[in-house]
Design a protein around this ligand. Structure first.
Ligand SMILES: Nc1nc2c(ncn2[C@@H]2O[C@H](COP(=O)(O)OP(=O)(O)OP(=O)(O)O)[C@@H](O)[C@H]2O)c(=O)[nH]1
Length: 356
């Protein structure tokens, strides 16, 4: 038995926090998890950074226990939403409106600092009495991790605070590259078990039963970060908005194209965009309306990499995608929307609509 195992009479609902930098493969992991028997009775909360949420359309779980928190990043502005969502789930289970509520899995945004989230779960009185953290699990993309860890403090915190590290995209990296990432992770977090993942396939057991969250077993910085989260709380500012913790020129925008996209011209534009600016493009994802294709095509890019485009079985019926136009969510560092828009427009002969 794990040293941090909860007491046998601890009836609180276990919560797994699934974190990991932008595009690390969290949603892909989730899609493998939701099909497994151990996920029976598991509510899933998905938080996205960006004005238009995409991920929940990519997860094959459509019921009332899939909740999207899309009004901002959990670590900055939507902690109130998280508290409300977890309270709401608990009350619905109590009233027997849910078949069961055995566990919760929270997928954070790729830019989330886990500290405020962990603090909220452990310190908010209603939640702390009814839920317990069962593990912070970080997905780490072995093909991009070294570059991301060198530049983005969020990526370092996600790794350092984790109980388990899932090394994703091992199918795309050679043994030397994977070993270099594993060595870097072992320095940042020597106590966390590392698990290799290919194509997102992971057993639920690899994420669950990490035991009660214990900062003492991690780098000394982790205790300090949790202390900061306790002191700063939700960082309110005049006007009611919370302060965004994501500095360094990182921002998000959406490009919407109303007419169907010519696929080859679009692919050429994208290739050039990533060649010129891939270092500053942290993430692109979206659903595309491609000329001649009745199904929405899913576009996924991380830095210079484009992943094979897949199609969804149908256009989503919820707004905004029920309009059946192309929407691309960009998360970039020091790159202007207009520059990206102009480059794409020059190839596809179509200006993006305003607003996205
Ligand atoms: N070959 C391969 N591709 C993967 C693997 N894991 C994820 N991908 C691809 O990487 C891209 C990004 O994966 P997502 O699961 O959307 O990543 P994410 O962490 O949810 O992204 P954000 O929520 O935007 O931070 C997708 O095109 C996935 O198909 C893997 O293990 N192997």
């Amino acid at each position: 038995m794990n040293d941090n195992a909860p007491r046998p009479d601890d009836r609180r609902i276990p919560v797994t926090v699934l974190t990991g930098f932008l595009g690390a493969g969290k949603t892909t992991l989730l899609n493998h998890l939701v099909r497994q028997p151990r996920m029976e009775g598991c509510a899933v909360l998905i938080n996205e950074f960006g004005e238009v949420a995409v991920d929940h359309h990519l997860v094959e779980k459509v019921d009332e226990t899939l909740i999207v928190l899309d009004s901002g990043c959990l670590c900055c502005s939507v902690r109130g939403d998280l508290v409300r969502a977890l309270k709401g789930l608990f009350m619905r289970a109590l009233r027997r409106e849910l078949k069961s509520l055995r566990r919760v899995l929270i997928e954070t945004t790729g830019l989330a600092d886990p500290a405020p989230l962990i603090h909220t779960l452990m310190a908010e009185p209603f939640l702390a009495e009814r839920y317990r953290i069962d593990g912070v699990v970080a997905a780490v993309d072995v093909t991009h991790a070294l570059a991301q860890l060198a530049v983005h403090n969020e990526a370092v915190r996600q790794v350092a605070m984790a109980d388990r590290l899932l090394l994703t995209k091992c199918d795309l990296a050679d043994a030397a590259a994977r070993a270099a990432v594993a060595a870097r992770l072992a320095l940042l977090n020597p106590g966390a078990r590392q698990v290799d993942v290919r194509g997102g396939a992971v057993a639920a057991a690899e994420l669950f039963d990490c035991g009660l969250y214990d900062a003492a077993g991690k780098a000394p910085d982790v205790t300090a970060w949790l202390g900061e989260a306790a002191v700063h709380g939700a960082l309110p500012v005049p006007g009611g908005e919370a302060v965004s913790r994501h500095g360094g020129g990182v921002h998000s925008f959406v490009l919407r194209f109303d007419a169907p996209l010519p696929w080859y011209e679009f692919s050429d534009a994208l290739a050039l965009l990533l060649q010129l600016h891939g270092g500053r493009i942290l993430r692109i994802k979206g659903l595309l309306d491609v000329a001649g294709d009745p199904l929405p095509r899913v576009l996924q890019c991380v830095q210079h990499s484009v992943y094979p485009a897949a199609s969804l079985p149908a256009w989503p019926s919820q707004p905004p995608y029920d309009e059946r136009c192309s929407r691309l969510v960009f998360i970039v560092r020091d790159l202007a929307r207009d520059e990206v828009a102009a480059m794409l427009a020059a190839f596809i002969g179509q200006q993006p609509a305003t607003p996205g």
